[in-house]
Design a protein around this ligand. Structure first.
Ligand code: SF4
Ligand code: SF4
Length: 464
């Protein structure tokens, strides 16, 4: 089944060739995609439940064959072959089509009332009916648009997570953290809320909290959660502890990676389904400047809005009034919660890379980033003397950090935006980069250490 490349070229002239197993896998995946399309368009060749089984079977069997065909006869080591040749992963026609389809799905999801009116019917009716069997099994009630979304999300994280584990199979850090994000998505963000909804008529999400869960402290939402008895009170308590005590402590000891790369669902999707697109992140200085302003503005906005709403309630509406209070909470929800995090954040994976939301918009990432930058023991150390300036680390940094710049100067990387995914270290052919937690160093000490290590021990050996 393995292919022999007879070319004498240094670069593979046929990078996009698929072997037989991969072709069979793709054909079976296409059946799953066809089932989704038929269900979505309400083409009733079979019952919605049969479409569901075709989709699940198509993705599981087809995906399994494709991944097996991709990696079974290749030695350990990370392969990113064809990334810059494939139309899907290099902003070609397939990339644009994927971006438009995913963005269209998100628009139908978040603006369903409008798309229903335009299409004069339930724009997601067929898809919602397709998920009824699972919804009854898990939640004891019919499916709805958000259950469809959560199920697709979990499916993508699970299937692409398995692919990620196989691709990075020689790297323990990548395997363990991927199992972790798959676990939190499957159990905490999908199964547990469904089971609790069935039992107590209330579905809490315990892996999201303020400020990412933007309305967690809005007065109207707090009173709704508290109305759900002991479960609601525990949810409020849990959210407060996680947001204001656990987050600073964990970020101090391990950097923001404990959440962004091990727990968060947004990060989970970016790391698994978004992995083929990670090299598309903008590495320019201009992008970095936009990133700093935008992400901290979003954090400031949600803190100010939350404080205003809480003060307004304590003054019995005397500060904002009903209309302004509703306008502020709904405005943030629409602009940031729906359009930025969903439509742009995921829909634009094939065009702007996998961490657009995490990098430019997530207030949780901004909050932890400030702690990581100024008060954390996490850093990426570099052994600059070994660096061959290949640039792999910068190319595959999904947060657009020019890792090579630091490696060439033998400098520790202490950046607010680094999510600690460890891929820069995994793809480095020389073992230059290490994710470490060491004693805290002040900015002054760091500058002094960098100055001392500008000529390293290895350089002296080479010179002597
Ligand atoms: S610098 Fe390395 S660990 Fe940090 S986000 Fe970039 S690739 Fe991940
Ligand atoms: S991947 Fe490693 S060798 Fe290549 S530029 Fe980065 S640090 Fe240097």
């Amino acid at each position: 089944m393995s292919q022999v490349n007879n070319s004498l070229s240094f670069a593979n002239p046929h990078p996009a060739n698929f072997n037989t197993l991969q072709k069979i896998g793709l054909a079976i995946i296409a059946i799953g995609l066809l089932a989704i399309t038929f269900a979505w368009l309400n083409i009733s060749l079979v019952s919605p439940a049969i479409y569901l089984y075709f989709m699940l079977g198509g993705f599981a069997i087809g995906g399994g064959l494709f991944f097996y065909g991709s990696y079974y006869d290749s030695p350990e080591g990370i392969k990113n072959n064809s990334n810059f040749f494939s139309s899907l992963t290099s902003r070609g026609a397939l990339g644009w089509i994927a971006g438009i389809v995913i963005t269209g799905f998100y628009l139908c999801l978040y603006f369903k009332d409008y798309t229903d009116k335009i299409l004069q019917g339930n724009s997601l009716g067929g898809l919602i009916a397709m998920f009824d069997p699972i919804s009854y099994l898990l939640r004891g009630r019919p499916s709805d648009q958000w259950f469809v979304y959560g199920s697709f999300y979990t499916l993508a994280v699970t299937i692409m997570g398995i692919k990620f584990i196989v691709k990075y199979r020689h790297n323990r850090y990548q395997q363990v953290r991927t199992i972790s994000v798959m676990f939190f998505q499957l159990i905490f963000a999908w199964m547990l809320p469904g089971i609790l909804l069935r039992l107590y008529n209330y579905e809490p999400y315990w892996s999201y909290f303020f400020p990412l869960d933007y309305d967690a402290l809005f007065p109207s939402n707090l009173s709704y959660i508290a109305s759900n008895g002991a479960l609601g009170q525990f949810t409020i308590f849990w959210g407060l502890i996680l947001a204001f005590i656990a987050t600073p402590i964990l970020t101090y000891f391990s950097g923001k990676r404990w959440y962004c790369s091990w727990v968060c669902g947004c990060g989970g999707l970016a790391e698994t389904a978004g992995d083929p697109f990670r090299h598309l992140s903008d590495k320019s200085l201009k992008a970095w400047k936009i990133e700093r302003w935008l992400i901290h503005s979003v954090l400031a906005a949600i803190i100010i809005i939350t404080i205003l709403l809480l003060v307004d309630v304590s003054l019995q509406g005397g500060l904002l009034g009903e209309n302004l209070a509703k306008g502020l909470s709904r405005g943030y929800g629409l602009a940031i919660g729906s359009i930025f995090s969903g439509v742009v954040g995921v829909g634009f994976y094939p065009l702007l890379g996998s961490r657009v939301w995490c990098r430019f918009g997530c207030p949780m990432a901004a909050y932890m980033g400030i702690i990581q930058r100024f008060k954390s023991r996490f850093r990426i150390t570099t052994n600059g003397a070994q660096c061959i300036s290949c640039g792999n680390c910068s190319t595959y940094c999904e947060m657009g950090i020019d890792v090579r710049w630091y490696a060439q100067r033998n400098q520790n990387i202490v950046r607010a935006s680094c999510v600690g995914c460890g891929v820069c270290s995994a793809v480095c052919p020389r073992g230059v980069l290490k994710l470490e937690t060491g004693p805290e160093t002040s900015k002054r000490t760091e500058i002094q250490m960098n100055a001392i290590s500008f000529i390293s021990a290895d350089d002296v050996d080479v010179l002597s």
